[in-house]
Design a protein around this ligand. Structure first.
Ligand code: HEM
Length: 171
């Protein structure tokens, strides 16, 4: 039995998701004059999560109640501004077909929701008594928040710088 030489094209694997015409439609739709609101708003919860860890460490070191009160405000601010940042990110995820189609965007979403849950729990726990909450569980929760915000933020950066999600195509 003779075999015909195989057509080279038969060896190329085709991803049906990538073939979809909207796969390359990744430009931000939640933006002010072309500047994505998500990218502008994530700085606040990220910074407040690190400040929260710093407040807890300073309270542990000095015993000054000022730092426990600062931690309460940092946790609350981080959580509420995280919800604002999350709302704009979620809108991008649901509205932009090329973002919705990529599993990396959903991985970021899962990490972000985990972060928001931890920040909310951290704040809620401190509302029961902001000074007694710091050691040890408040500080441990803050350490976990720092790990998760680092992962979520690093991964969000990957979406922009590696996958070019949310960026303009340029002229
Ligand atoms: C809760 C749902 C969230 C979703 C669905 C989401 C989705 C996205 C998407 C699609 C991007 C790509 C850029 C864009 O389209 O604007 C992005 C970027 C990013 N996200 Fe999120 N995000 C969420 C929450 C968060 C939170 C809570 C944080 C951190 C506190 C965060 C940190 C980042 C960072 C740092 C970038 C890179 C921004 C840049 O360098 O321009 N995201 N996110």
């Amino acid at each position: 039995m003779t075999h015909e030489p195989m057509d080279a094209r038969e060896n190329i694997l085709i991803d049906p998701i990538q073939q979809h015409p909207e796969f390359h439609e990744t430009e931000s739709r939640v933006a002010v004059l072309g500047h994505p609101i998500h990218a502008m708003s994530v700085a606040f919860p990220i910074a407040l999560t690190f400040i929260l860890m710093g407040d807890d460490l300073l309270y542990w070191w000095t015993g000054d109640p000022f730092w426990a009160r600062a931690a309460l405000w940092s946790a609350g601010g981080g959580f509420l501004l995280g919800l604002v940042a999350g709302a704009s990110g979620l809108a991008e995820l649901l509205l932009v077909p090329g973002i919705r189609a990529r599993d990396a965007a959903w991985t970021h979403f899962i990490l972000a929701v985990l972060l928001l849950a931890l920040l909310g729990a951290n704040w809620g726990y401190r509302l029961t008594g902001y000074e007694s909450a710091v050691l040890p569980y408040g500080a441990l929760l803050s350490a976990l928040c720092v790990v998760v915000v680092s992962a979520a933020g690093w991964h969000g950066g990957k979406l922009v710088f590696d996958y070019r999600l949310g960026t303009a195509k340029g002229s």
